[in-house]
Design a protein around this ligand. Structure first.
Ligand code: IPM
Ligand code: MG
Length: 370
């Protein structure tokens, strides 16, 4: 079993393209564990359809226990077309949202960086995407995703009504605001906080609590409040103005996809989700590519593994105390992109796209040559 300085990583490839991209990310983790600076124990577990077919559960109680005990979780993706065969209550019991909630990983970090090598892929003309280097702090365990009531009900006239509830409490807003303000201090000292306070009561509270937390020990940070709709537009017309963007669960979901669109592919967005630190300073942590299961291209070997590999780099940096290895992974990715070894989503126009495995091979080759 693990010695005290060995870190445990639980790997859940999951559904769709998850297994393909995680296989490549796992090779990078295995490379890292061969370096003297980190001691890792890697455990592979089934999740999603595969788990359901074996055990009748999408996420077994044992796997959930392993996830909750791990130093870090590497997750691929959730959701396939075949999921329609899984009963709703089974799906819900083992859902990605349930894992996020059980782990209480409220701070979801989604960095968005534009490598120069990919400027030819961005839909923004004239190099306007050049130099984008921003990060979302998305609240991940409350808001519209979890608020009650959440249901579809039958109405007397025979029609139905679907209800979701947007709800945030002061402590839920305060802890993620604190996290984002601290992160802003370690970067450029600038934070944009997203809300819809002109329409929503939860948005009014969001703005008020973020303002209070800012005033209370963080007023060295330049804080800008921005309405969610305007933020979407500003990400497209002037992405360079942003550094750290704080958003609730729903806005964070939407706006991070917008930012991925500005890069040209969701295949380049990694993420890390962290809980609060316990008494010993340890946080639960969950790493996943932003892109999801993409069932339309699953099993074809063409998915971009770089979001998953960058998620491993985030794990090395944030949890495994190996920033120098994280830098090497990021550097290897830059080299591979510059050499034009790229999957179809980011291929050099007119070139033959690389496969998922070829991109993994090229990253490993770049890592092991220096
Ligand atoms: C994401 C995804 C998930 C979300 C889905 C798969 C539940 O879109 O992580 O951005 O909405 O949070
Ligand atoms: Mg999303």
């Amino acid at each position: 079993m693990s010695s005290s300085n060995t870190k445990s990583v639980v790997i859940l490839p999951g559904d769709g393209i998850g297994p393909e991209v995680i296989a490549q990310a796992r090779r990078v983790l295995a490379w890292a564990s061969d370096q003297s600076s980190v001691a890792l124990s890697l455990s592979d577990r089934h999740y999603g359809l595969e788990s359901y077919q074996r055990s009748g559960e999408v996420l077994t109680a044992e796997t959930l226990a392993d996830v909750l005990a791990a130093d870090a979780v590497l997750f691929g993706a959730s959701g396939t077309n075949d999921h329609n065969d899984i009963p709703r209550d089974v799906k819900r019991r083992g859902s990605l949202l349930r894992m996020r909630k059980e782990m209480d990983v409220f701070a979801n970090l989604r960095p968005v960086r534009m490598p120069d090598a990919l400027l030819d892929v961005s839909p923004l003309a004239g190099g306007r995407a050049r130099g984008i280097d921003l990060i979302f702090v998305r609240e991940l365990t409350s808001g519209l995703y979890f608020g009650q009531p959440k249901l579809i009900e039958d109405l007397p006239d025979g029609s139905q009504r679907g209800v979701d509830t947007q709800s945030y409490t002061t402590p839920e807003i305060a802890r993620v605001a604190e996290f984002a303000l601290e992160l802003a201090r370690s970067r450029s000292g600038k934070l944009h906080s997203v809300d819809k306070s002109n329409v929503m009561e939860s948005g009014r509270l969001w703005r008020q609590v973020v303002t209070d937390v800012h005033r209370n020990g963080h007023d060295d940070i330049a804080l800008n409040h921005i309405l969610g709709d305007n933020c979407g537009m500003q990400l497209v017309i002037n992405p360079g103005q942003f550094d750290v963007i704080l958003a609730d669960n729903m806005f964070g979901d939407i706006l991070s996809d917008v930012a991925g669109g500005v890069l040209g592919s969701l295949g380049m967005l990694p993420s890390a989700s962290l809980s609060a630190a316990d008494a010993s300073g340890r946080r639960k942590s969950f790493f996943e590519p932003v892109h999801g299961s993409a069932p339309d291209i699953a099993g074809k070997g063409i998915a971009n593994p770089l979001a998953a590999i960058q998620s491993v780099a985030m794990m090395l940096r944030l949890v495994l105390d190996a920033p120098e290895l994280a830098d090497r992974v990021d550097g290897a990715i830059d080299q591979v992109l510059a050499r034009g070894v790229r999957t179809a989503d980011i291929a050099v126009p007119g070139s033959i796209p690389a496969t998922t495995v070829e991109v993994g091979d090229a990253v490993l080759a770049a890592l092991t040559k220096d």
